[in-house]
Design a protein around this ligand. Sequence first.
Ligand SMILES: *[C@@H]1O[C@H](CO)[C@@H](O)[C@H](O)[C@H]1NC(C)=O
Ligand SMILES: *[C@@H]1O[C@H](CO)[C@@H](O)[C@H](O)[C@H]1NC(C)=O
Length: 412
Amino acid sequence: MKNKQLPHEEKQQLMAAVNLLSIQGYLHNLIIYFLFFGSGLVIGITLSSYLKEIPSGSQRKRFSDDIVQPSSLSISISSPPPLPLPPPPQPCPQPLQQIPAGRSGLKEYIEPPIAMHDMNEEELRWRASMVPRIREFPFRRVPKIAFMFLAKGNLPLAPLWERFFSGHQGLYSIYVHSQPRFNWSMPEDSVFYGRRIPSKAVEWGKFSMIEAEKRLVANALLDISNQRFILLSESCIPLFNFETVYDYLVYSHTTFVESYDLLGPVGRGRYNKRMMPHVTLEQWRKGAQWFEVDREMAVEVISDLKYHALFKRYCKPACYSDEHYLPTMITMKFPTRNANRTLHWVDWSKGGPHPAKFLRLDLTVEMLNRMRTGTECVYNGKPTNVCYLFARKFTASALDRLLRFAPKVMNF
Ligand SMILES: *[C@@H]1O[C@H](CO)[C@@H](O)[C@H](O)[C@H]1NC(C)=O
Ligand SMILES: *[C@@H]1O[C@H](CO)[C@@H](O)[C@H](O)[C@H]1NC(C)=O
């Protein structure tokens, strides 16, 4: 009540004090707003500098959005993928907004390393086997497909693959293992340029083939973004365009390592009793060499020393490790994660130990369509007629026809 009787002067003083207070409050708010705006700006700049590292295009958006809540990716993404390069020790990963622009700490994880390096086999395997325990990435990770070419020499079908990959940078990485005596040369504008990994001599049918496969997988694991790993030969062709292959692999709940139990001399007949008790006859499997695995399985493949040693010792011709090691090991370790079928179409109809080769005149549109959709199988629990994404064995003589048929039959 006293306030009501305040003299005019006193009232004014009070008003002034109140005004001052509110001005101070206003300034205070202003500073808070400014800080808010400023940190927003910093976050924005940092984010945009990171986004630049990632390929552009609607595809990237689509797939990277899916990574945040990937119902179908949950198996593979939630399984901790390994760390690639060993940059300076990073005791605790800092949140994105605290990484000043231009800092290089995580650069090697976000920007894939070049394919060539000077690590020896042991160093490579060790580094590739690392898996981060923190599942969330402190940067945007777009899953990539590692296309691993196990080649004798050059890649006669490279022009077809160039067309397949065209326009999809950032969603794939390529690795080529070829005989070291081979003089590798690819033009600088080729997707295969600089993608050869340190390679060693491979004898077909011998265990050195498994070692070469593991070398490819280990090198591909160095790129933290590689999520699916597919082994190909120089005589393989894609049967679908890149988008289809990408979706099929990235959204698959299973891996594709062919694995079956075969009675008779070329199946169970190749089993060696000395593998007991680590591998029993009932656990022995056969399957095509050309596998497709996810990141978790890839880490397991390169980290396995036990079955590696066992097969190297007891599966020698006429036992072929490339037809038994992975099918047996994967079925033992991941009995429910694997589709047990291969993604590589091949023609065994002519009999004999090697599949038929496609020469120029064998190749027709009908033939390609039969490979693409002429079979029934299961994908993510549902029946489908898209069972094969790749086919072998094609020679350079089929290239001109393949290039001609690709746009209308395979949509690339
Ligand atoms: C490979 O080819 C290049 C260019 O043709 C040549 O200069 C080089 O000596 C060759 N290297 C080997 C090991 O044959
Ligand atoms: C793959 O084979 C294993 C072992 O034979 C079996 O347990 C599993 O159910 C098979 N997976 C599919 C998808 O058929």
